[in-house]
Design a protein around this ligand. Structure first.
Ligand code: SF4
Length: 378
């Protein structure tokens, strides 16, 4: 069971909606096609999970950022959305100016969704565009085409939300021209935030077990995105994230800064009082644990000492703000800071931006982040 909050009065909130209309062949996230009653079972269990959390916390922290993700949250119909939002509104207190993001897929988002979100607290909508090339989308097995993505993005902007778009690179037969058109297309549609991910083949997924042919090598796509997006006024503020000034996702920044995050729903990760937890990943298990009055948490770890210091360094280096020496020294001690800087000194200086008070990755450093994290593991 999670511990009570000690002095932490606000937190971020992540709600995982574990449903999708189908399964993409490369996806390793937990999601199922909802059967009859699945959404109501899920919502009832979510309600009970929040009650359990309230009992273990005493008073639930106020929410500074929230992210309703999945899965495909727009698989929930408008009535189910109203139920979800009235549950969250009745159980949590949201701080003034809270950032609230919803993930949406182009094939299932409806104007009614947008109307409901606008009347509630939603400030950002993140659309799973992935590509604006229909050949890419077919290859990926996505249930939408580029026209639906453009319409979805336009509806999001017309409803007054800040628009974020997710794009994938390194796809079968994708080339730089196709990639560049997707980048251009989401910016023309009004995206103020773009997340780019390289297609990864995870074991246990159809593509992980039987990789498609013609996969493109990702380095040049990433490099092009860095150049292109920055020229168009979006700053890279994290390894995979670009935003117009002030439009970064505060919710994601909370993860990289090791701030408290409440995770609700099947397979949701949380981080509270230094303890990281993950809920049962499968809807049936999640519902069953909660139905018996048990916590749905099936994994927890409490990072301490060198492990915590190393993770904090890696997470901070993901971001453009990097590691602030004074803050790191206060949190982990002089010796930990010295050890970290010695490790970084062994790497080519061009991978970093340094000044007297902090160190962060350069553009080139962001491109080889994985190799740098390996050096920093304890
Ligand atoms: S829509 Fe997203 S979460 Fe659902 S299966 Fe496809 S990639 Fe996974």
């Amino acid at each position: 069971m999670r511990k009570k909050s000690r002095g932490e009065h606000s937190a971020s909130l992540y709600v995982h909606i574990p449903f999708c209309s189908g399964k993409c062949p490369y996806c390793a996230f937990y999601s199922v096609r909802p059967g009859k009653e699945d959404v109501s079972r899920y919502l009832a269990s979510l309600d009970l999970e929040i009650s359990m959390l309230g009992r273990s916390y005493g008073t639930l922290p106020e929410i500074r950022t929230a992210f309703i993700g999945g899965g495909t949250p727009t698989v929930l119909d408008p009535v189910q959305w109203r139920n979800l939002l009235s549950l969250l509104e009745s159980r949590f207190r949201f701080l003034h100016g809270a950032e609230v993001t919803v993930e949406a897929n182009p094939n299932s988002i409806r104007q009614e969704h947008l109307d409901i979100w606008r009347k509630w607290r939603v400030t950002r909508v993140s659309v799973g565009v992935q590509s604006l090339n229909d050949g890419d989308l077919r290859a990926l097995g996505r249930p939408h085409d580029s026209r639906q993505s453009l319409e979805a993005m336009s509806a999001v902007r017309n409803s007054g939300f800040s628009l974020s778009a997710d794009l994938l690179f390194g796809l079968p037969l994708q080339d730089l021209r196709i990639w560049s058109r997707s980048l251009e297309g989401v910016l023309s549609a009004g995206a103020e935030h773009v997340s780019i991910y390289q297609l990864t083949l995870e074991k246990g997924t159809p593509w992980g077990d039987f990789p498609p042919e013609g996969l493109a090598e990702g380095y040049s796509f990433y490099r092009w995105a860095q150049y292109f997006l920055e020229r168009r006024g979006l700053r890279q503020y994290e390894v995979a994230s670009f935003a117009k000034p002030g439009k970064w996702c505060r919710h994601n920044v909370s993860y990289w800064q090791h701030r408290d995050v409440i995770g609700l729903g099947p397979s949701a990760w949380g981080y509270l009082n230094g303890v990281r937890t993950r809920n049962a990943s499968n809807l049936d298990e999640y519902v069953s644990f909660i139905g018996k009055g048990d916590s749905p948490v099936c994994f927890s770890e409490s990072l301490k000492g060198k492990d915590l210091a190393s993770e904090a360094a890696i997470l901070a280096l993901r971001t453009r703000w990097g590691i602030r020496f004074e803050r790191y020294r206060k949190r982990f001690g002089e010796e930990a800071l010295r050890g970290l800087l010695e490790e970084l000194d062994g790497l080519p200086p061009r991978l970093f931006r340094r000044n007297g008070v902090s160190v962060a990755l350069s553009r080139e450093g962001m491109r080889v982040g994985n190799a740098i994290w390996e050096r920093l593991l304890p």
